[in-house]
Design a protein around this ligand. Structure first.
Ligand code: AMP
Length: 283
C-alpha cells in the first residue's frame, strides 16, 4: 500500500492508472477506522482493480460547536487497518493542501440538504459535497462506495453525481452493526459503557418499524411516534428526529403505499453524544 499526501501526486497516479485501463474504486473516510469502513473496501474491490482509500477530517463539514478538534485521529492504526484490508493507495492530505489560502469555491446543495441533518447542522452537506467533489477530481474513480449508515449523505451524493453529470457509479454499502444493533461509528468511543448499551434503542426502533409494517400498519406517523416514545423512555435519550421518507425522493412520508420503499431516519442524543441510524423497508 502506498501512502500519498500530495493531491497533485495522487492525481498523477490516478491518471496513470486510467491510462493503464485500471478501474479505480474510491472509499472516502474521516479515519478512526472500523468494520464499517473496511466493509466498504471489500465492496470497492469487487468493482475495481485498484482501491484508493482517503482519510481526511474535513473541517468544512463541522459546525462551530461540533467535535472537529476532538475527532479521533489514530493515524498509525488506520494505516495498518487499511493495509490489511487490501487498500492499494491511501490518500491522506493535510488541511492546507486541500484548502490553500486562496480557496473560495464551494458547492451549494439544494432542498435535500436542508432537512433532517441539514436542520441541525447548517452548511454540513455543502461541506460534504465540496470535499467529495474535490476527492473525486483528485482520485478519478470509476466507482465510489458510500455507507447507507449516512443515508441522507448518500442521497445527496447520488443527486450531486447526477446533477453535475459526473461519470462515477455510486455503490451503497449496508450498515455494519455491533452485537446490540448499534451501528458501528467512529463516534461510538464517546459513549460510556452504560450509554453504549442504551444506544441499542435505535436499532430496537428500526426493528419495531419492521414489525409494525409487516403487520400492515399504514400510518407511518403513528409508527414514528411509537418509536419516539420508546426512545424517550430509555435513560438519558432524547430523540431529535424520527421520520419516514420516501426512499426515491427523500421526501417525508406519512402513509405507506403498497410496493414502495421507505426509509426510517433517526437521530438521537444520548447525554452529549449524537447518534444517527436508519432502516430501509419495502411495503
Ligand atoms: P466517516 O469516516 O464516518 O465519514 O464514514 C466514511 C464512510 O463509511 C461513509 O460512507 C459512511 O457512510 C461509511 N460508514 C460509516 N459507518 C458505517 C457502518 N457502520 N456501516 C457501513 N458503512 C459505514
Amino acid at each position: 500500500m502506498q501512502i500519498i499526501t500530495d493531491p497533485v501526486q495522487m492525481q498523477d497516479v490516478a491518471n496513470k492508472l486510467r491510462l493503464n485501463r485500471q478501474r479505480i474504486g474510491v472509499v472516502m473516510t474521516m479515519g478512526a477506522l472500523h468494520e464499517g469502513h473496511l466493509s466498504l473496501v471489500k465492496l470497492a474491490r469487487e468493482s475495481a482493480g485498484t482501491v484508493i482509500f482517503t482519510i481526511f477530517v474535513n473541517p468544512r463539514q463541522f459546525g462551530p460547536a461540533e467535535d472537529l478538534h476532538r475527532y479521533p485521529r489514530p493515524f498509525e492504526k488506520d494505516v495498518a487497518l487499511a493495509k490489511s484490508a487490501g487498500v492499494d493507495y491511501l490518500f491522506a492530505p493535510d488541511v492546507e493542501s486541500i484548502y490553500p489560502e486562496l480557496f473560495q469555491t464551494t458547492l451549494s446543495c439544494g432542498a435535500l440538504a436542508e432537512r433532517f441533518e441539514g436542520v441541525l447542522r447548517p452548511g454540513h452537506f455543502n461541506g460534504v459535497a465540496t470535499i467529495v467533489t474535490k476527492l473525486f477530481n483528485i482520485t478519478k474513480p470509476h466507482t465510489a462506495i458510500f455507507g447507507e449508515k449516512d443515508a441522507q449523505q448518500l442521497a445527496i451524493i447520488r443527486r450531486l453525481v447526477s446533477d453535475l453529470n459526473m461519470d462515477i457509479s455510486i455503490v451503497a454499502a449496508p450498515i455494519v452493526r455491533e452485537e446490540n444493533g448499534l451501528a458501528v461509528s467512529s463516534r461510538n468511543i464517546y459513549l460510556s459503557s452504560q450509554q453504549h448499551s442504551t444506544a441499542g434503542i435505535l436499532y430496537q426502533g428500526i426493528c419495531h418499524a419492521e414489525k409494525r409494517l409487516a403487520a400492515q400498519e399504514k400510518n407511518l406517523g403513528t409508527i414514528a411516534a411509537e418509536i419516539e416514545a420508546m426512545i424517550i423512555s430509555a435513560p438519558g435519550c432524547r430523540p431529535e428526529y424520527v421520520s419516514f421518507v420516501d426512499e426515491a425522493t427523500f421526501e417525508p412520508a406519512e402513509t405507506a403505499e403498497a410496493a414502495k420503499e421507505y426509509r426510517l431516519l433517526l437521530a438521537v442524543s444520548i447525554g452529549s453524544v449524537r447518534l444517527i441510524d436508519n432502516g430501509k423497508f419495502r411495503t
